[in-house]
Design a protein around this ligand. Structure first.
Ligand code: ADP
Ligand code: MG
Length: 409
């Protein structure tokens, strides 16, 4: 077998592994079941693509979104990896099946609902497999922030091929969710590999809402580069974009209700711009690679700490200073509580834990970064020197308990 580093150079053109990639890749090459928890942008794809190139047979990649699969396909083909997607929108499915059976695919991307069908299982039994890669693996857990029942149907497929190694990957899973993923996908506890979560160049700040539009306009005035403002509804997105346009900065709205060509144009304009502000719902950001985003603002409470980490993580990917500012109000907690009461009973404890963790984050008088990292099981010093509370310690009397009141009621 050639060595992984030479494949890293020759196929991917990278000088070295980053962070935990090397440990993940060596476990996979040794055939060991693994769960890799690595922040967005850490290079999870390489952890299965490189073994897929080195090992004989095809790596089946389970991925939840067709659009992401097609992006991945293009990226893989660009470096000469033999890859295909098998989804409802692909017209070349028969050809893809043939390529798989002839041993001509390194990677085969599928959605979980297809992967769990008997046709697919029969197909796999007639070919040769190198690896199962389960991307966005937090979707398998009800404790995760994005549970998808289809992911639960994967286990019987995996167990049909007990000798094929499995690699689960996720950017965001708290300690509870990690344990559940291991359990659900049949990965041993010592198969967990976690990369560091700290993003030292991001300055975290959290404020109670006062006049959100003005507060965000002030933030924009202080931050010259491109920025993302997350709003909670489509209507709020458009209204806020219109109001913020008065700051004189180019401003666009982005949400799933816009006509596809407009949405695509707004996104492309933002990616190309050096000073644009995009006001978006959380639909924006997945799969967007813009390294120079200088600030991310939240006009309201995110869904969970995982979502907050992922959304703020879109700032400062180039390593230069960036700001993440969240504006929240008591009504956000009231609404979230109401939604919590509407979900199935089985999911309520997870929802409650999520909300309570957010309450602790917004109301702490201590270091935001420490609290955030502790959520992902990372140790951190008591004072990061780069969050609002460390830079301007609040007076003890400033501490409010609005969120806690809504949570305990
Ligand atoms: P993730 O899925 O963890 O968010 P990706 O797999 O999309 O991250 O990778 C993010 C970026 O990092 C990609 O542009 C990828 O080409 C790049 N990358 C991955 N591994 C390396 C490496 N070892 N050296 C340099 N760049 C890398
Ligand atoms: Mg990825």
């Amino acid at each position: 077998m050639t060595d992984p580093v030479s494949v890293l150079h020759s196929t991917f053109g990278f000088p070295a592994f980053r962070g935990v990639q090397e440990s993940v890749v060596s476990r996979v090459l040794a055939g060991e079941r693994t769960l890799a928890v690595m922040p967005t942008g850490a290079g999870k794809s390489l952890c299965y693509q490189l073994p897929a190139v080195m090992l004989e047979g095809t790596c089946v990649v389970v991925s939840p979104l067709i659009a992401l699969m097609h992006d991945q396909l293009r990226a893989a083909e660009a470096v000469g990896i033999r890859a295909a997607t098998l989804t409802s929108v692909d017209e070349n499915r028969a050809e893809t099946r043939g390529r798989f059976l002839d041993g001509e695919l390194d990677l085969l991307y599928v959605a979980p609902e297809r992967a769990s069908g008997s046709d697919f299982r029969d197909l796999l039994e007639r070919g040769k497999l190198s690896l199962f890669a389960i991307d966005e693996a937090h979707c398998v857990s009800e404790w995760g922030h994005d549970f998808r029942p289809d992911y639960r149907l994967l286990r019987p497929l995996l167990d049909r091929f007990p000798d094929v190694p499995r690699l689960a990957l996720t950017a965001t899973a708290d300690t509870h969710t990690r344990a559940d993923i291991l359990d659900q996908l049949g990965i041993p506890k010592d198969g967990l590999i976690v990369a560091g979560f700290d993003r030292p160049n991001i300055r975290y700040a959290i404020s109670a809402k006062d006049n959100t539009t003005r507060q965000i306009a002030d933030l924009i005035a202080e931050q010259p580069g491109p920025g993302i403002v997350y709003a909670q509804t489509r209507a709020a997105t458009e209204k806020l974009a219109e109001a913020l346009a008065k700051t004189g900065r180019p401003t666009r709205a982005y949400h799933a209700g816009l006509e596809p060509p407009i949405r695509a144009k707004n996104q492309a304009d933002f990616v190309a711009s050096e000073d644009m502000v995009i006001v978006a719902t959380v639909a924006f950001g997945m799969g967007i690679d813009k390294p120079d985003v200088r600030f991310v603002a939240h006009a309201g409470l995110p869904k969970s700490i995982e979502a907050y980490y992922q959304e703020t993580g879109r700032a400062g990917r180039d390593g230069d200073p960036a700001v993440a500012h969240l504006f929240w109000g008591a009504e956000d907690f009231a609404k979230a509580r109401q939604r919590m009461n509407e979900v199935e009973t089985a999911r309520q404890p997870g929802e409650r834990a999520r909300l309570s963790a957010l309450g602790a984050l917004v109301e702490t008088a201590g270091c935001r970064r420490k609290l955030l990292l502790a959520h992902f099981g990372d140790d951190a010093p008591d004072n990061c020197g780069n969050c609002d509370n460390c830079l301007n310690p609040p007076a003890a009397t400033d501490a409010t308990t609005v969120a806690q009141k809504f949570l305990s009621a």
